[in-house]
Design a protein around this ligand. Sequence first.
Ligand SMILES: N[C@@H](CCC(=O)N[C@@H](CS)C(=O)NCC(=O)O)C(=O)O
Length: 203
Amino acid sequence: MITLHLARGTIALAAHAALEVTGLDHRLAWVDFRAAEQRGEAYARVNPKGRVPALETDRGILTETPAILEWIAQAAPDAGLMPADPWQAAKARAWMAWCASTAHVNHAHKMRGARWADDEAAWAAMTAKVPQTMLETARFAEAGMEGAFLLGDAPTVADLHWFAIARWLEGDGVDLSAVPGVAAHMSRMREVPGVARAEAMHG
Ligand SMILES: N[C@@H](CCC(=O)N[C@@H](CS)C(=O)NCC(=O)O)C(=O)O
């Protein structure tokens, strides 16, 4: 049995949605951020990095959203979430690397400034920059879309990763009317069977 460790509204939604889309049998282990469970001893045994998602499998525990998404896609190849074509697969990985290393980090500057500075004025400066950097992030995703989805006509793991981040845009001060292609992509993602069911559990 697969167990996904996740918290509401986080990037773990991407892996959660992938499990719902593929129909892989799984259970959910919710981590309570309000109680700082992600920094507790029990969760450190799951993921010493203190982050979600983490996926427990019969082979061990996997962390990092791009790796988890690719593993889920390969465990359920019929769902078609990872392109079979090597070039398209590489592009899906490129999107996920960007989501994890750039888009997600831009968002984290809003609330997690203490990771990068001890100076509270620096935290405020990082937070203040987020509406601009997240608008640029959204514009980059919008400009890169090759069709209804990031890689063309069918959703892939890259779309699930980006969707989880796009849900943060309004809270980050981005007016979605400035990026209609992103708003349309979010609507299309909610029509992919399984995505809305997962999203409904994230508030
Ligand atoms: N590189 C990781 C980042 C995961 C991550 O930062 N998750 C956030 C939630 S969106 C988290 O667990 N934060 C907990 C904390 O900072 O205490 C991935 O892509 O999976």
